[in-house]
Design a protein around this ligand. Structure first.
Ligand SMILES: Nc1ncnc2c1ncn2[C@@H]1O[C@H](COP(=O)(O)OP(=O)(O)OP(=O)(O)O)[C@@H](O)[C@H]1O
Ligand SMILES: [Mg+2]
Length: 277
């Protein structure tokens, strides 16, 4: 795997009741890359995130995730296979558990927020940091270092001024950012964000797009989104999924003018911007 590749997915298959939701899907993501994942409803975007994060098992295929650290590359494995439940001549290979995947450096945000409404923003992020420490076997005292980690995560998402506000009092957009802060404090190499701007105001969407741009480089990010205005404004490389396969990949302008992409959106309520409605 080239050193700038963080994630390589090969021939991934997930079937529900015999129907292939992911169908020999292959995808490569560079270290620090911001990737937009689009596609019609049911294309398999969430399922792909489910497999990467270990929530569901693949029937076959591989998800390879690079663990190498430049400073200690010698002492650590450079690569780990997160394999699906692969049936091979009757043998079933083991796969990584969700907590092992978090430990490997993958943070995942679901479509529905999962914050503790009664806790403050600060405390929510603190709980997330504690989770990471338990997973990694760290037992940091809840001292200054921890506070700085938590505040730094809140600052990155622009919620430092809301640190003492209960999560239940946040706007919808702020709750999404809080969840991102809860991932950031776990210091992931890869962030999986499933429709983070759904339901946000225009201003919140803009701030989220700016946040994605601020995070790229230091993190690899996969983000799904239906709103093509948002994709057009903030995407770099876009991958279009359709029926569990990669239909097209490239800059948004090329994607929008791709007849195959226009075809799969034709007759649907969501058209990629620029494509004939
Ligand atoms: N647990 C499940 N059991 C059976 N079928 C499922 C399950 N989860 C997802 N599916 C099916 O898999 C397909 C892909 O679903 P998925 O949620 O990955 O699509 P998506 O691209 O995220 O769609 P959306 O844009 O609507 O979020 C759909 O046909 C869905 O009905
Ligand atoms: Mg989805």
């Amino acid at each position: 795997m080239p050193t700038d590749t963080l994630l390589r997915i090969e021939d991934l298959v997930v079937a529900f009741d015999g129907f292939r939701v992911l169908d020999d899907l292959s995808l490569t993501l560079a270290r620090g890359e911001l990737r937009f994942l689009i596609g019609p409803n049911g294309a398999g975007k969430t399922t792909l995130m489910d497999v990467i994060s270990g929530k569901i098992r693949a029937d076959s295929g591989k998800v390879m995730f690079d663990l190498s650290h430049p400073e200690d590359a010698v002492s650590r494995p450079t690569q780990v296979d997160i394999e699906g439940e692969i049936r091979f001549e009757g043998h079933e290979l083991t796969r990584m558990r969700e907590d092992q995947i978090v430990k490997a450096g993958i943070g995942r945000k679901f479509q529905t927020p999962s914050v503790f409404g009664s806790l403050t923003c600060f405390n929510n992020v603190e709980v997330a940091a504690g989770f990471r420490d338990r997973v990694l076997g760290f037992f940091l005292p809840l001292g200054r270092a921890r506070k700085e980690q938590v505040m730094s995560a809140l600052e990155r998402v622009g919620l430092e001024g809301r640190r003492d506000v209960p999560a239940s009092a946040l706007s919808h957009g702020e709750r999404q950012w809080l969840e991102i802060a809860m991932l950031l404090v776990q210091d992931p190499k890869l962030l999986l964000l499933d429709e983070p701007v759904a339901g946000m105001t225009t201003r919140e969407r803009e701030r989220t797009g700016e946040l994605l741009h601020a995070l790229e480089g230091s993190h690899s990010i996969v983000v799904t989104e239906h709103d093509m205005d948002f994709v057009r404004q903030f995407s770099r490389t876009v991958t279009v999924l359709h029926m569990g396969r990669v239909l097209a990949e490239g800059r948004v302008e090329a994607i929008q003018s791709d007849p195959r992409v226009q075809e799969v959106y034709t007759g649907r309520h969501k058209t990629p911007a620029g494509a004939p409605a």
